[in-house]
Design a protein around this ligand. Sequence first.
Ligand code: ADP
Ligand code: GN1
Ligand code: MG
Length: 363
Amino acid sequence: MMEFDLKHISEMFDMEGEYVSGSPYGEGHINSTFLIQTTKDKYILQKINGSVFFSPEEVMDNVVKVTEFLKKKILSSGGDVTRETLLVIPAKDGHGYVKTEDGEYYRVYLFIDDAVSYQVVEKPEDFYNAAVAFGKFQNMLSDFDADSLNETIKNFHNTVTRYADFEKAVADNKSGKADSVRAEIDFAMAHKKYAPIIVDGIAEGRIPLRVTHNDTKLNNVMMDKNTGKGICVIDLDTVMPGSLLYDFGDSIRFGTNPAAEDEKDLSKVYCDLTLFEEYVKGFLSELGDKITDEEAELLPISAIIMTLECGIRFLGDHLNGDVYFKIHRENHNLDRARTQFKMVADMEEKFDRMKEIVCKYTK
Ligand code: ADP
Ligand code: GN1
Ligand code: MG
């Protein structure tokens, strides 16, 4: 996007000070994110991805509701609302977003300063701190009215329908690349048995629906630069009713891999059990006895399911011609799918150890 446009769009929001500069920021796969510097403060401006979120109004309706709710809780416990929650900066017309003439939606958050978001864990303690932050987030939203939330992406973590979408992508083969990724397709199909485990548990009432984040990767939590603590959970676009297992499993998927999510050298990609233990310890220390026996039992398998689901989404997008996740090089989604499948295979091998670790903190 041109600097000129950024200035123009920024000026439609209630930011303090005059626009100075704007530049692309962060490593999210979905929205277009910019850091805006004004004469007074820093802001995050985002163009909401309209082909992922069919109703950006509903997304912002959720984000405003959730952040207002969090703001009240943080204030009443004496916390700092400028650092412990995303703060929506309204448009000058009072809305939570701006819709431009070309039909694009933009929003602005206050920039959380003196904090970092990691692409990979630097030291085990970071992952413990991230787990505490995601656990706290889950706790703070435990009395939020789930019925007031829009379902921003239908069936977001329904692994069964994700498989149906994947099989359609294979059959349609829009990119013409299916023959070159037969081994990956076969891996995905050989693991389809995992897909219904959480979905059926929810449908049969064995797994409770809660308000969950649904996208708990490490770079969606801001860590304080000085204390190292997880201060703020960000990227609230998919906060919806879901399972705690989605949030746990997705964190493990991304954070226990000591390599990048798109690492090409698969010998560097594996599930680090020291990191797994740090996360279990941090997450469960926050949840206490709120976690049910059934959920606790399914924690290890949820890591496999969420990793597999993400793998088939990446591979499906590769086959569909890279229409969903942002890519930055040829076969980027394929590289991402391969790391996920490597993680699944490694977790299967380490499954007994994973169960033992969970038992240590739940019994
Ligand atoms: P996406 O949905 O594309 O993943 P995110 O909302 O996660 O977009 O933002 C992308 C990145 O921008 C984050 O990983 C984080 O590094 C940074 N970021 C987002 N919001 C803020 C904020 N309020 N303050 C500081 N950094 C932010
Ligand atoms: C996307 O938005 P971001 O980059 O935090 C995706 C997640 C995937 C993740 C894989 C709305 O997350 O579901 O797990 O990429 N978000 C959406 O890295 O689809
Ligand atoms: Mg993100």
